[in-house]
Design a protein around this ligand. Structure first.
Ligand code: C2E
Ligand code: MG
Ligand code: MG
Ligand code: MG
Length: 288
C-alpha cells in the first residue's frame, strides 16, 4: 500500500516538475514577443488623499494576457523578465505607456510606476524617463518611481547616483512595501524619499495585532516628521481605513476603494474628480 502511494506521489511530482518547466519555458518565450504582440497592458489603481478625499496618484500595474496561459501575474513574470534580460525593455515600455495615459489626467494627479532593481543595471533609466516625459509632456513632478528596499542590496554607488539624478530633474521617489525587506532607517536619511508605502501585510491583521498597530503608527509619525507622504496599501475594510487615518497616514490604496482598473475607467474617474466616498459607494453598488 505504502509503496504504491509513494510511487504515485513520485509520478505526480515528476509531472508537476514537467509542467512547471513547460510553463517557465512558455513564459520566457512569450515574454520576448509580448511587447510587440501587444499582450502587455497596464491597469491603474488610485491612491486617495485622506485630507482632501481626492485621488492623489494612480499606480500603474502590469497585466499580461498570454495567448495560451491566460492571465499571468507580474509576481510570476517580472522575476523571469529580470533573469532573461528583458526587464529594462519592459520598464521602458511601462514608463512610456503610463506617461501617455497620465497626459490625459488633471495636472494634480500623479502617476506611479514600479521600478525593479534589475532595471537600473545598465544605466539607461534616466534617459528613458526623460524621453517619456518629453513625448507625453507630463511634467517630472507628476511621475513617481516606486522602489523597494531590495534596490539597496547591491549598492554600487551607481544606483545611488542614478536615483539622485532622477530626483534632481523633479521626479518623486517612493519606498514601496516598507517593512518587508531590509528596512533600514539610514535609507530614509540617504535618499530623502517623497513617500513611503507601508506594506499591506501590516494592514492585513491590524485589528488584532498590537504590533501591527504600533508599526503603522510609527511609520505614519516618522513620515509626517520627515515631510514625507505615507501610503497604507491593501486597505480592504473600513476598520483598516480607520486605523490608517488614526495613525496619521496621509493616503490610502486598496480594494475597499478601488481595484486596479483599465486606463479608460481610471481616466474617467480622475476627470470626474471622484472622491474616496464616491469610490467606496460605487464599489458597494458593484458588489450588490
Ligand atoms: P506592489 O507594487 O506592491 O503593488 C501592489 C499589489 O497589491 C498589486 O498587485 C495590487 O493589485 C495589489 N493590491 C492592491 N490593493 C489590494 C488590496 O486591497 N488587497 C490585496 N490583497 N491586494 C491589493 P499586482 O498588480 O498583482 O502586482 C504585484 C506586484 O508586481 C507589485 O507589487 C509589483 O511589485 C509588481 N509589479 C506590478 N507591475 C509592475 C511593473 O510595471 N514593473 C515592476 N517592476 N513590477 C511590477
Ligand atoms: Mg508598487
Ligand atoms: Mg506595494
Ligand atoms: Mg507589494
Amino acid at each position: 500500500e505504502a509503496k504504491k502511494g509513494g510511487r504515485n506521489q513520485a509520478v505526480s511530482f515528476t509531472w508537476s516538475m514537467k509542467e512547471r518547466f513547460h510553463r517557465l519555458h512558455e513564459i520566457e518565450n512569450g515574454l520576448r514577443r509580448a511587447i510587440e504582440n501587444g499582450e502587455l497592458k497596464l491597469h491603474y489603481q488610485p491612491i486617495f488623499d485622506l485630507k482632501s478625499g481626492h485621488i492623489a496618484v494612480c499606480e500603474a500595474l502590469l497585466r499580461w494576457d498570454h495567448p495560451a496561459l491566460g492571465a499571468v501575474s507580474p509576481m510570476e513574470f517580472i522575476p523571469v523578465a529580470e533573469s532573461i534580460g528583458l526587464i529594462e525593455e519592459i520598464t521602458d515600455w511601462v514608463i512610456r505607456e503610463a506617461c501617455h495615459t497620465a497626459a490625459q489626467w488633471p495636472d494634480n494627479v500623479r502617476i506611479a510606476v514600479n521600478i525593479s532593481p534589475a532595471s537600473l543595471k545598465s544605466g539607461g533609466l534616466p534617459s528613458n524617463v526623460i524621453a517619456a516625459l518629453m513625448e507625453s509632456k507630463v511634467p517630472a513632478r507628476r511621475l513617481e518611481l516606486e522602489v523597494t528596499e531590495s534596490i539597496f542590496l547591491e549598492n554600487d554607488g551607481q544606483t545611488h547616483h542614478m536615483l539622485r539624478e532622477l530626483q534632481k530633474i523633479g521626479l518623486r521617489l517612493v519606498l514601496d512595501d516598507f517593512g518587508t525587506g531590509y528596512s533600514s532607517l539610514s535609507y530614509l536619511r540617504a535618499y530623502r524619499f517623497d513617500g513611503i508605502k507601508v506594506d499591506r501585510s501590516f494592514m492585513a491583521g491590524i485589528h488584532a495585532s498590537r504590533e501591527d498597530q504600533a508599526i503603522v503608527q510609527a511609520v505614519g509619525h516618522l513620515a509626517n516628521k520627515l515631510d514625507m507622504e505615507s501610503v497604507a496599501e491593501g486597505i480592504e475594510n473600513e476598520d483598516q481605513l480607520e486605523y490608517a487615518r488614526a495613525a496619521g497616514i496621509t493616503t490610502v490604496q486598496g480594494y475597499l476603494m478601488c481595484k486596479p482598473q483599465a486606463g479608460p475607467i481610471i481616466t474617467e474617474m480622475v476627470q470626474r474628480r471622484m472622491t474616496i466616498g464616491d469610490a467606496m459607494a460605487a464599489n458597494v453598488r458593484r458588489a450588490i
